[in-house]
Structures are given as structure tokens and as C-alpha cells.
Design a protein around this ligand. Structure first.
Ligand code: NAD
Length: 374
């Protein structure tokens, strides 16, 4: 089967959906991989690298023509779908709730769209989980960006000219991004604390050598939460959390917020009044900026200053680590498609009743078929 890797067209998208390693692996399965000229440049992969791995490199129209499988990071624009053969699989991070019109257009064009971010959180799908692979990088980069915006050092330094105190870093929301943020801040020598609503994270925080800051006496979310995700907490819990966080925040230098609730706006974790209690020069990096922000006054994609505190409205930080993000994403795609590969047919065969297929398939046979979009 022909597998197309078009260059990404979404503004700011620097990643690419295949690297030479996955080109070789798809070729070994019998695929013919075609890559658009320049598609990997922003992720550090040259056309020559792709050609050496066995791909053909050409212009967009030629790459897409006759492809049965189109691998993307951010999907394709509806206006371009004429170049894709009906029946083709289009794989990407398709943002189905916010880009519903594009999804409808994929359906109308007879394309089978598969949204990688809807991969179920089951053991079998762990190696296919793009949210994990990209959030992990985002958690790391949030600390690096926070450190760059902070006018002081992270580690304690004892010098002949006196002592530099370690930075105090507080991580709010300890999922994949939060855990990596804790680990990164610890490696840089900061004193780290962290909080979450899911009780299962307490041990994870401590095992990374950070201090767990938890609401006591009011139930949050027991264990891992439904499917590993948090739901909304009670009003009583929210009040207790706000009080706990207020006293802790005033002593922090860097705060990284990552709290998300699937299908809902991001929970508000830091109010303007709480910000004003922080020391001028402190930095808050809000990784939930795209989902409305955890911090009052956060502006997605910008750094704004309030009460002398910088609020970094971080959006899609994985894009700023394009080479690593592309490599991990490309392997997620390969792990997914190869798990369904049918050797006789030389293509992936996606069984209707499979839990993974049910979760990621958005359109098929000219229609939107995803239950979540019904
Ligand atoms: P996420 O991005 O949905 O949310 C980030 C974190 O914010 C979560 O830990 C959540 O509990 C927390 N949060 C939500 N509301 C909050 C609030 N009001 N205050 C403080 N924290 C709040 O989470 P995620 O990174 O996707 O990971 C969630 C869990 O799923 C983790 O335990 C992870 O290990 C697990 N996971 C499992 C698989 C798998 O098995 N295939 C894949 C990925 C993640």
C-alpha cells in the first residue's frame, strides 16, 4: 500500500508524522512510503534522510495521489481533500471537538479519519498513546521555559561570594506532563512540591523526591480516577484545595499547572488574588492555556505579567522539541498501525469491534461514525 507523509500545513506545526526509522519499518511491512519534499526539515530530518531510508520524495500532489494511508500530525484542511482517494485512512491528532467541520468534511470525502488522541488508556495501547508521548515532552519544556523566564538560578549554590538559595517549584496536576515537570525541576536542583486531585499521585510525587501537598479530610478522586482521568471535584473539595494552595503558593518561585478534565474547560487553580500573594519575579507556566487555562489572566500563546508575576500561557510545547516529538509520535503511529497489519493484504485491517478502533475511528463509509461525536 502507498503511505503518504505530507508536510504539515497547520500554523506553527513543526512536527512530522514519520522519521527514517518508521519509514524503514513500514517498508519492511511491504508499504511504499512517499514523503513531501521538505516535510521533515523543521524536525531535523532532510529529504536525503528519508530517501536513504527507502522513501520516495516528491511534490505534495504526487505524494498524496493514490495513497491509501495518509500520516499527519495535525490532519488536513478540508479544501485539500480532493487530492486524497476516497477510502484512504487519514491518521493524525485531529482535535475532533474543536475541528468538527473538518471531521464532517473527511466523512463527506469518503475518507476514514482516525484521531490518535482518542486512543483508549489500556495497557495494549500504551505504546500508541500520543497524549502521553507529547505531554511528557511538554512537562519537561515547561520547566525549561519557566527557568528561562525566571531571573534567578534553580540550584542552591554555595560560593565564595555567598549562597544562592534553591528555587521552589510547585507542580499542580500530576499526570504525564506533571510527573516529567517534577523530575526535570528536581534535576535542575529545585525544591519541588506537587498536588493533584487523584489520590494515586501522592506516592508518585514522593517517589520522585518531591513533597506531596494534598487536601486532607475531604475526598478528592480515589485512586487513578476513571480511565486514568480526573473528573470534577465537589465544591467542598474545591474550597479546601483553594485554602491549601493559597498558603503554599505565596512561598513558591515557579508554578507549573497542568490540570485538565477531559471534555471540560480546564479547572481554575490560581486566582488573581492568589497570584498577587506571590513574590514579584515569580513565574507561572500554564500548560492548560489551550483549554482555557488553570490561571486567571493567562493568555494562550503569550507571556503576560500581573502583580509582577509572569504568566506563561504555554501552548503545544511539544512543537518546540520537534525532533524528539516527531520521533515519539511517529513510533506511536507505527505501533498502532503495525498492530493491525494484515500480512496477506499488505495493509492494516481495522476490526470494527476492536476497542482501539472504536475509540479512534471518526469517519467511515461517507459518515461520521464516532459515538463521541454523535
Ligand atoms: P490529564 O492531562 O488529563 O490531566 C493532568 C492532571 O491534572 C491529572 O493528573 C489530573 O488528575 C489533574 N487534575 C485535574 N483536575 C485537577 C485539579 N482541580 N487540581 C489538581 N489537579 C487536577 O492527565 P494525563 O497526563 O493524561 O494522565 C492521567 C493519568 O492517566 C496518569 O495516571 C497516567 O499515568 C495515566 N495514563 C495511562 C495511560 C495508559 O495506560 N495507556 C496512558 C496515558 C496516561
Amino acid at each position: 500500500m502507498k503511505i503518504a507523509i505530507p508536510a504539515e500545513t497547520a500554523p506553527g506545526e513543526s512536527r512530522v508524522a514519520a522519521i527514517p526509522e518508521t519509514v524503514k519499518k513500514f517498508t519492511a511491512l511491504g508499504g511504499e512510503v512517499a514523503v513531501e519534499r521538505g516535510a521533515g526539515l523543521s524536525a531535523g530530518v532532510s529529504d536525503e534522510d528519508y530517501a536513504a531510508a527507502g522513501a520516495s520524495v516528491g511534490e505534495r500532489a504526487a505524494v498524496l495521489a493514490g495513497a491509501e494511508l495518509v500520516l499527519t500530525v495535525s490532519g488536513m484542511e478540508p479544501g485539500e481533500l480532493g487530492a486524497v482517494a476516497p477510502g484512504a485512512l487519514l491518521v493524525g491528532i485531529l482535535d475532533p471537538f474543536r475541528r468538527r467541520e473538518a471531521i464532517n468534511a473527511y466523512g463527506a470525502a469518503g475518507i476514514e479519519a482516525l484521531a490518535m488522541e482518542w486512543m483508549p488508556r489500556i495497557t495494549r495501547a500504551q505504546s500508541m498513546d500520543v497524549l502521553s508521548s507529547q505531554s511528557n515532552l511538554a512537562g519537561y519544556k515547561a520547566v525549561i521555559d519557566g527557568a528561562a523566564a525566571y531571573g534567578r538560578a534553580f540550584p542552591m549554590m554555595m560560593t565564595a561570594a555567598g549562597t544562592v538559595s534553591p528555587a521552589r517549584v510547585f507542580v499542580m496536576g500530576v499526570g504525564v506532563a506533571g510527573l516529567q515537570a517534577i523530575a526535570t525541576a528536581r534535576r535542575l536542583g529545585a525544591q519541588v512540591s506537587a498536588t493533584d486531585v487523584r489520590s494515586a499521585t501522592r506516592e508518585q510525587i514522593q517517589s520522585l523526591g518531591a513533597k506531596a501537598v494534598f487536601v486532607e479530610g475531604v475526598a478528592g478522586i480515589e485512586g487513578e480516577g476513571q480511565g486514568g482521568y480526573a473528573g470534577e471535584t465537589s465544591d467542598e473539595y474545591k474550597k479546601a484545595q483553594a485554602e491549601l494552595v493559597s498558603s503554599h503558593l505565596a512561598k513558591q518561585d515557579i508554578v507549573i499547572t497542568t490540570a485538565l478534565i477531559p471534555g471540560k474547560p480546564a479547572p481554575r487553580l490560581i486566582s488573581d488574588a492568589q497570584l498577587s500573594s506571590m513574590r514579584p519575579g515569580s513565574v507561572v507556566v500554564d500548560l492548560a492555556a489551550d483549554a482555557g487555562g488553570n490561571v486567571e489572566g493567562c493568555v494562550a500563546g503569550e507571556t503576560v505579567e500581573r502583580h509582577g508575576v509572569k504568566i506563561v500561557g504555554a501552548t503545544n510545547l511539544a512543537r518546540s522539541l520537534a525532533a524528539d516529538a516527531s520521533a515519539l509520535y511517529s513510533r506511536n503511529l507505527f505501533n498502532f498501525l503495525s498492530a493491525f497489519w494484515n500480512k496477506e493484504q499488505g495493509r492494516p485491517v481495522l476490526a470494527d469491534e476492536d476497542e482501539i478502533v472504536k475509540a479512534v475511528r471518526l469517519t467511515r463509509g461517507g459518515q461520521v461514525v464516532s459515538e463521541r461525536l454523535a
